[in-house]
Design a protein around this ligand. Sequence first.
Ligand code: 5RP
Length: 224
Amino acid sequence: MNQDEMKRAVAIAAVDMIRPRLEKETVIGVGTGSTANFFIDALARCRDEFAGAVASSEATAARLRQHDIEVFDLNSVSQLEFYIDGADEFDPYFNLIKGGGAALTREKIVAAVAKTFICIVDESKQVDVLGSFPLPVEVIPMARSYVGRQLAGLEGQPVYRDGVVTDNGNIIIDLHDVDILDPKAFERHLNNIVGVVTNGLFANRGADVILMGTPQGVVTLKPD
Ligand code: 5RP
């Protein structure tokens, strides 16, 4: 199985996991990226079995609509049964790095609301310690230089992601080469820098279940 086949397999496994619990009024949260796109495509087969979805990006909203899946504003929804999304890295404790696709802030909001966060990844995303993948930080544009200087004072190298504007109109600074030994504390620390909207660590709200694609098939990981 190549990487895309593993992504497609976990996407189908996620649909199989949630399908028995879908009801006519169920609204689910849907993430962003190539694995999430495979999920949306697989979800289309049961579009009549639930109410619709909240999207974590404009790109995801467009893909959901292409499949005639209704897209809800999060403010009109009191409860999300599931959030299904990919990740750039995950560690043994279900902490994640996300935001490679620059959708981290809306992803974090939707994940916060959802009862169950099902993370869908191929095995290349598995690490012992987070941080090999550059950690995205979404920043208010006028604070770019200030936040860059604050990040430069930490371990690692901040790099402005040239040409990228998030769906919220902000910029991204990626923090390279940092071993994130305490993801919860580091997530809070970065979020306390004035001008930071949020960062791509999903540790204080990590995944509840990870479906990992391997060449041998999909492995379901749950906390002990
Ligand atoms: C987007 C994300 C994605 O979930 C992450 O980048 C993984 O993407 P892919 O499924 O394409 O490997 O956080 O902001």
